[in-house]
Design a protein around this ligand. Structure first.
Ligand SMILES: [Fe+2]
Length: 474
């Protein structure tokens, strides 16, 4: 690492011995140093000298301590971007949070002595050198290039191109922070060249400032219309060039960092939304398994009904959102069975009238269970209405036709289909032709005719009768 001579360091410490030692060590290493004994004197010095490259600031000082001093520095626009390293005789960690907030570059233990400390100061300057922005100046006039280089080189890495070819060649390999582009050039003028530059990968939002000797309104308008961020009048006034470039670069950086922050936050939110969605689905699936586990002859029933309902919705040309919604709702259609005694649910023999009345309570119990899920207002529709019949002879409300919510009319067909195509305690799955016949028989009576027709179509397409409970290997 090269010794960064001529860098000016201000040492701020209330302890005279510490100041003297630091000055001695740093001067020996080629730095120019000044030292002051208080926060107030530090601020005063920075305001009067705008050439301080780095401040070594003692944290523990009487009156205004290092933290307060730095807060005041950051609050004063004229010195706010001062580079600061904290000095402390204590543990760094307790100042960590405040230091991050105040943009402190590093911590150094007192006394300032020893090669490690010098390396850390050098590292701060090295980072600064490598972080210099590059500016590409494109102009066919060598004198102008020289002049621009002279003005900009102390603050930026300057690259120059004498022709459009050189410029395009450079930009296809490197991406500068900004390009200064002459309007009047032979073969391809500045505006034409900018159009070519925009076609290069990553150059589509390269900040470009035009250089022009023209002062007419037409050129001015064209500069902005063609995508230039600003223009600089030739011949250059060095201070104006520098200030404009500084301002454009800081605005562009701010915009870029805001954009990337927005992208980062959006991605985070999307990820968190996705996780919540997966979590909800997992919770609902677990609930559905709990329902199915209670009834030993309906293993997997809820998942299959959900799947068939979604399938019907898909055949209807419903949106993905609708299909996902019906899947959720159907998963929970039998949740009310949680409230039905096991001995009734799992009874092998015919139910008595009284027992059947108890079974018929499960839609209402389902509504009670689901009514607290306010984030998905329709979640209880399946549980509530899946035993309603199209002809009005169902339960619990005895609704008919379109009075029954559409989702529940779809689930009702899927539910009946799965009941027939899965095993029961007293029988195997019914043959496909029998199932088809039963579904067809219910058209317009038990089931909505539209959804019956879709179910029949699905049955007809299922030539190998795969749409049913999987055979259990025993
Ligand atoms: Fe049911």
């Amino acid at each position: 690492m090269t010794v960064p001579t001529s860098k000016k360091i201000l040492i701020v410490d209330d302890d005279q011995m510490s100041r003297k030692l630091a000055e001695f060590v740093l001067k020996k290493d080629g730095y120019q140093t000044t030292s002051v004994e208080s926060g107030e004197a530090c601020i005063e010095h920075l305001k009067n000298n705008n050439d301080i490259d780095l401040v070594l600031l003692d944290i523990e000082m009487p009156q205004m301590n290092g933290i307060e001093t730095l807060e005041n520095i950051r609050a004063d626009k004229s010195i706010a971007d001062t580079k600061v390293i904290f000095l402390t005789a204590n543990e760094f960690s307790k100042y960590k949070e405040q230091s991050n907030r105040l943009g402190v570059l590093d911590f150094i233990s007192k006394p300032v002595y020893g090669p490690e400390i010098l390396e850390r100061i050098k590292a701060v300057f090295a980072k600064e050198t490598t972080a210099k922005d590059t500016i590409l100046v494109i102009d066919d006039d060598r004198m102008n290039l020289k002049l621009a280089e002279h003005v900009l080189a102390p603050f930026y890495n300057v690259e120059t191109s004498l022709s459009y070819k050189e410029a395009l060649d450079y930009l296809s390999k490197e991406l500068p922070a900004l390009a200064l582009l002459d309007v009047h050039m032979p073969v391809m003028n500045g505006f034409e060249l900018l159009a070519e530059i925009r076609k290069i990968k990553d150059c589509d939002d390269l900040p470009v400032v035009f250089l022009t000797a023209d002062s007419d309104r037409e050129t001015e308008i064209r500069v902005f219309r063609e995508g230039g961020l600003d223009y600089i009048q030739k011949p250059f006034v060095p201070e104006v060039v520098l200030e404009r470039i500084k301002r454009i670069l800081s605005l562009h950086k701010l915009q870029t960092s805001l954009e990337s922050e927005v992208r980062r936050r959006t991605a985070e939110l999307e990820e968190s939304r996705r996780k919540h969605e997966i979590l909800s689905l997992q919770v609902v699936k677990s609930l559905a398994s709990a329902i199915d586990a209670k009834d030993r002859y309906t293993n997997g029933h809820s998942s299959r009904v959900a799947q068939y309902s979604k399938e019907i919705a898909h055949h209807l040309g419903k949106s993905i959102e609708y299909q996902d919604e019906i899947y959720f709702v159907a998963l929970l259609h039998d949740i009310g069975k949680i409230g039905i005694p096991d001995n009734i649910l799992n009874k092998n023999t015919k139910l008595t009238d009284a027992e059947y009345e108890i079974i018929k309570q499960h839609p209402n119990i389902g509504v009670e269970i689901l009514k607290n899920i306010t984030e998905m207002p329709n979640i209880e529709i399946g549980a509530h209405y899946h035993h309603e019949r199209f002809d009005g002879k169902g339960y619990p409300e005895g609704l008919a036709g379109n009075e029954i919510p559409e989702i529940a009319r779809i689930i009702a067909v899927a539910d009946a289909y799965d009941t027939m195509t899965s095993r029961r305690s007293y029988r195997d799955a019914l043959p496909q032709d029998v199932v088809r016949e039963e579904i067809a028989k219910g058209r317009g009576l038990q089931f909505d005719p539209v959804f019956t027709d879709i179910m029949l179509k699905m049955i007809d397409e299922d030539t190998r009768y795969e749409m049913r409970e999987e055979e259990q290997t025993q």
